[in-house]
Design a protein around this ligand. Structure first.
Ligand SMILES: [Ca+2]
Ligand SMILES: [Ca+2]
Ligand SMILES: [Ca+2]
Length: 216
């Protein structure tokens, strides 16, 4: 391959990477495998961390059986940039009521792929391709035990499948955690750790200026 072809390939790769981020990225941002005392109140939060809306039609969730299509989440519909949605074990109404969530928060209840203490969250797109995975087990991997207290994934660790780096929710933390009417601690339905759009813009502009200077 000539150096020009190499440069072209690098340019194409970078272009695709930017196109991917422009299309958005669904990431697992919070999870709780049980409610306080081991009750059936688990939930998973996903967030569109990209800059454009994403249609979840045909998407699905599974636990460590890793089967695309196992639990359909397509009814969540379109997630706007920065918007979160909840997949939970209680009914939508029960979950919304317990956490005091408005109708604007997207929730799909009745998930039957129940999460245990050592388990996995898998999100698949409409083609059955894995979009994000979180393998957790506080006893072997580390990280918080998310029974009655959810775990949060910081922006820098999104998509890294690093449950050991997750942070346990605490009332009034930076994620906006609070206690549900059942006494669970978490912040389902919102994700506060996405940098403001201006930060991305400055980073991209800075990179473009730097490469222009190198060429000159
Ligand atoms: Ca559970
Ligand atoms: Ca399971
Ligand atoms: Ca959250």
């Amino acid at each position: 391959m000539s150096s020009n072809q190499t440069i072209g390939a690098v340019g194409l790769t970078m272009g695709l990477a930017f196109a991917g981020s422009a299309l958005g990225a669904i990431r697992i941002t919070e999870w709780m495998y049980n409610g306080a005392g081991g009750t059936a109140r688990e939930f998973v939060e996903i967030t569109n961390t990209g800059g454009s809306a994403i249609d979840l039609t045909g998407w699905s969730f599974d636990d460590n059986s890793r089967t695309p299509g196992s639990f359909a989440i397509g009814a969540l519909g379109i997630l706007a940039a920065g918007q979160s949605a909840i997949i939970c074990e209680p009914t939508e109404a029960a979950f919304r009521s317990a956490w005091g969530l408005s109708a604007a928060i997207k929730i799909i209840g009745g998930n039957t792929n129940n999460l245990g203490r050592a388990d996995e969250v898998n999100i698949y797109d409409a083609m059955g391709a894995l979009v994000d995975r979180l393998t957790y087990d506080d006893q072997t991997i580390g990280g918080p035990r998310t029974q009655g207290i959810s775990g949060n994934i910081a922006f820098a660790n999104l998509g890294a499948n690093a449950a050991n780096l997750a942070a346990a929710s605490a009332v009034s933390d930076s994620y906006g955690s609070y206690a549900s009417s059942n006494g669970d601690i978490g912040n389902p339905g919102t994700y506060s750790d996405i940098p403001a759009p201006g930060v991305f813009t400055l980073a991209v502009a800075g990179g473009a200026i730097a490469s222009r200077r190198r060429r000159n």
